[in-house]
Design a protein around this ligand. Structure first.
Ligand code: 5GP
Ligand code: ZN
Length: 138
């Protein structure tokens, strides 16, 4: 729990939320700036800033709850599609520094800006980067 973290304050009950699900490790609540109706946020109770800092247990619990919530959103709204997504850092549009996953129902041709066109990459460059990333994982 950190005093400055808005999601920790939601967890502590200091700020209200529209709760849809909770368990021992996670909380899921409606995003108050929804991209589409049914946009839900899922957070671990344990505070961490992002995917680089979250514990294995907390990310596993959050992913599990997010899938459970996604099924309920699908049953409720029957959207054309759904993104489960998670942002880290300013360029990735992270605005709250408490690890969270978005459950984001989508409509066909809704123009949400996170869609991209598929353009073939340079195989030499892709292969070289694969080697470098694999070395960082070794
Ligand atoms: P990010 O951009 O960090 O991935 O997503 C943060 C999300 O938190 C945004 O979609 C924003 O609408 C949501 N958010 C920010 N403050 C609050 C709040 O006080 N209550 C709720 N329910 N959502 C919030
Ligand atoms: Zn927090």
């Amino acid at each position: 729990m950190t005093d400055e973290c808005i999601f920790c304050r939601i967890l502590a009950g200091e700020i209200p939320c529209f709760k849809v699900y909770e368990d021992d490790d996670t909380l899921a609540f409606m995003d108050i700036n929804p991209v589409h109706p049914g946009h839900v946020l899922v957070i671990p109770r344990e505070h961490s800033a992002n995917v680089f800092e979250v514990s294995d247990a907390a990310i596993a619990a959050t992913a599990k709850s997010a899938r459970r919530v996604a099924k309920a959103v699908r049953a409720t709204l029957e959207p054309d599609g759904m993104n489960l997504l998670q942002c880290n850092g300013e360029a990735a549009a992270q605005s709250v520094q408490h690890f969270h996953m978005h459950v984001l129902p989508r409509a066909m041709n809704d123009g949400a800006s996170l869609n991209w066109e598929l353009k073939p990459g340079n195989m030499d460059a892709i292969g070289a980067l694969a080697d470098r990333i694999a070395r960082a994982l070794a």
